[in-house]
Design a protein around this ligand. Structure first.
Ligand SMILES: Cc1cc2nc3c(=O)[nH]c(=O)nc-3n(C[C@H](O)[C@H](O)[C@H](O)COP(=O)(O)O)c2cc1C
Length: 246
C-alpha cells in the first residue's frame, strides 16, 4: 500500500507527532510506502479565503465551492492545494492524525479538508458517498483525547467518541467515497504515563498490522435511500447515527 499520514499538531514532540512517526515506521516495516504531511511544520494555509483565487470566475461575489471548480477547470488551483491533492491521489490509504480539540478536528485539519477536498476534486454534485470521486481508497482516523475512555462511552459525559467522529467519517471520508477503517483512538495520552504511552504505541502497531482484517465502518448504501434521501421504510437504520424520528 501507499499510505499518506496527515498530521495536524503544532508540537512535533507531542503524542500525535509520536503516533505519526510510529505509523510511518510500522507501515514501512510492513512493506508499505509512507508519506507524512505535517501541516503545522509546513505552515499549511488552514483557511480558505479570497487569496486562494487569484483568477476569479465571479469577481463580484465569492462562492468558495464555485471558485474551486473554476480554479480546477482553468488550471489555477493554488500550488499547496494541488500538492496535497496529488499526495492523496497517490495514496491507497489516508490516515488523519489529530488531537480532539473542541469535540472535533483542529481548525488546521478542518481547513485542510475545506481547501483540499474541493468541489471538482473532492466531490461533485451526484458524485459522493457510494459514487464518491475517491472510491477504492481506504481512510482511517487516528486521534487522541484529553479525557479517559469512560468519558467517551456511549453513556459517558462527553458522549460516544464515534458520534464526535461521524462528521469526519461520514461527512468527509465516506462522502469522498472512501472505505473507512475502524479508528485508532488514544485516550488521555497526557495522563497515562510513559508506560501507558508505550503500550498505546504498541497497540497502534497491532492496529496497523491488521489493516486487511480491521472492520470497515458501516454506511448505508445509496440504494437503501428513497428519492428524498431518507432511508426506505423497510431499512433498519444501522449506522448508529441515523434513527427513525419520534
Ligand atoms: C484547543 C483545545 C481543545 C481541546 N478540546 C478537547 C476536547 O474537546 N476533548 C478532549 O478530550 N480533549 C480536548 N483537548 C485536549 C487534547 O485533546 C489533548 O491535549 C490531546 O489529545 C493530547 O495529545 P497531544 O499530547 O499529542 O497533544 C483540547 C485541547 C486543546 C488545546
Amino acid at each position: 500500500l501507499k499510505a499518506l499520514v496527515v498530521l495536524a499538531h503544532p508540537e512535533p514532540q507531542s503524542f500525535n507527532g509520536a503516533l505519526a512517526r510510529r505509523a510511518e515506521a510500522t507501515l514501512q516495516a510492513l512493506g508499505h510506502e509512507v508519506k507524512v504531511t505535517d501541516l503545522y511544520q509546513e505552515k499549511f494555509k488552514g483557511i480558505p479565503d479570497a487569496d486562494d483565487f487569484s483568477v476569479r470566475g465571479d469577481p463580484s461575489y465569492l462562492r468558495i465551492d464555485r471558485e474551486q471548480t473554476y480554479s480546477r477547470d482553468n488550471g489555477v488551483v493554488p500550488p499547496d492545494v494541488l500538492e496535497q491533492q496529488r499526495l492523496v491521489d497517490e495514496a491507497d490509504l489516508l490516515i488523519l492524525q489529530f488531537p480532539i480539540w473542541w469535540y472535533s478536528m483542529p481548525a488546521m485539519l478542518k481547513g485542510w479538508a475545506e481547501r483540499v477536498f474541493t468541489r471538482g476534486w473532492g466531490y461533485m454534485p451526484g458524485m459522493k458517498y457510494d459514487n464518491g470521486l475517491h472510491a477504492g481508497k481506504l481512510a482511517m482516523v487516528s486521534c487522541t483525547t484529553g479525557t479517559t475512555e469512560s468519558t467517551y462511552a456511549p453513556d459517558g459525559i462527553d458522549g460516544d467518541i464515534m458520534a464526535l467522529l461521524w462528521p469526519v467519517h461520514n461527512g468527509l471520508l465516506r462522502y469522498a467515497g472512501m472505505d473507512v477503517l475502524t479508528p485508532f483512538i488514544s485516550f488521555a495520552p497526557e495522563s497515562i504515563g510513559e508506560e501507558g504511552r508505550r503500550a498505546t504505541l504498541e497497540a497502534y502497531d497491532q492496529h496497523l498490522a491488521s489493516l486487511e482484517t480491521l472492520p470497515r465502518l458501516f454506511f448505508h448504501s445509496l440504494d437503501e435511500y428513497g428519492p428524498d434521501l431518507r432511508l426506505l421504510p423497510h431499512v433498519e437504520p444501522r449506522s448508529g447515527f441515523q434513527r427513525r424520528p419520534g
